[in-house]
Design a protein around this ligand. Structure first.
Ligand SMILES: Nc1ncnc2c1ncn2[C@@H]1O[C@H](COP(=O)(O)OP(=O)(O)O)[C@@H](O)[C@H]1O
Ligand SMILES: [Mg+2]
Length: 282
């Protein structure tokens, strides 16, 4: 498919992140593996428009930390996470909390509110008119199988249901760029299929919609993403693991001709290659 690469939506420059004296992330966004997510514009107006970017890595590699940095919840020890300035064209600024929509892993959702009132509030934050919001919330509740739970409080929902409420909340109040940490963990097979289909739907609704999600399920990443970053550990010349996760590979499925295609043997081969690389990286 023909597409052009437009402006940078988010980028990381030489980021290091440390908690006390423990290195969590090391040299993310370097010359070898630049971390830049561009806005892509597709030239022929087919049904594939938005982007889905996956961050994969083993447990403990630093995915959740990377997402907290990407969304401005925590500040890097050094380096920068940059997003476009809201009012000055071509100017970038460091991300601040609340500027990037974020569904966290184990999202707490413990607010003392019913599902419907939470989502109505999200519409308000997303500047959706009152007239539109009633229909929109109803549609999302139906699409995501939550209509019967609309009057329940979020602490009365199952883990999977809470996850879905958190996703809808971000869809309603964020603008086009959304980050999801492990959105598939804790969901059953049916819910996984639903969320997968919804990701594609969100991405394809508008060519500026971009979803970034993390997972340890490589097959799933290869199936639905068009760009994959692998987070892992590197080894020094003595074969010892260097402290702190970093980007160890970046795979552009568009260039491989594997994006926006039903899962095929080439996807499986790629998935196996990424798994091997992750295991080698410790
Ligand atoms: N608040 C914290 N204090 C100390 N270490 C932490 C903290 N949060 C995360 N870590 C450590 O950072 C590393 C990366 O964790 P995390 O970002 O949650 O990885 P992932 O999401 O890939 O499983 C782990 O070794 C974890 O123990
Ligand atoms: Mg995590």
């Amino acid at each position: 498919m023909d597409y052009s690469v437009e402006k940078e939506l988010i980028k990381i420059e030489n980021l290091n992140f440390q908690i006390k004296d423990k290195k969590i992330l090391r040299d993310v966004g370097n010359d070898r593996f630049p971390f830049v997510i561009h806005d892509l514009v597709f030239k022929n107006n087919t049904n594939c428009l938005g982007q889905v970017v996956a961050i994969v890595g083993r447990s403990g590699a630093g995915k959740s930390s990377l997402f907290r940095l990407l969304t401005g919840l925590v500040k890097p020890t050094s380096g920068k996470v940059l997003i476009p300035h809201a009012s000055i064209p071509d100017k970038y600024k460091e991300v601040a909390e609340g500027e990037v929509g974020f569904v966290q892993q184990n999202y707490p959702l413990s607010r003392n509110q019913s599902v419907i009132s939470m989502l109505t509030q999200a519409c308000k934050m997303g500047k959706i008119s009152k007239t539109d919001s009633t229909d929109l919330v109803k549609k999302y509740l139906n699409d995501w199988g939550l209509f019967n739970q609309r009057n329940q409080y979020t602490n009365q929902l199952s883990g999977g249901q809470r996850q879905r409420v958190a996703i809808i909340e971000q869809l309603l109040c964020s603008h086009h760029f959304m980050v999801f940490d492990e959105p598939f963990s804790g969901l059953d097979v049916g819910n996984i299929m639903e969320v997968k289909a919804s990701f594609r739907k969100i991405a394809d609704q508008d060519n500026i919609n971009t979803i970034v999600f993390s997972t340890h399920d490589i097959d799933l990443a290869v199936e639905i993403a068009d760009l994959i970053y692998v987070v892992g550990f590197e080894k020094n010349a003595q074969g010892e693991i260097i402290e702190g996760g970093t980007i160890v590979d970046c795979i552009d499925l568009k260039k491989l001709g594997l994006a926006w295609k039903p899962y095929c043997p080439e996807h499986k081969e790629l998935s196996n290659r990424i798994c091997e690389k992750m295991l080698l990286a410790g």
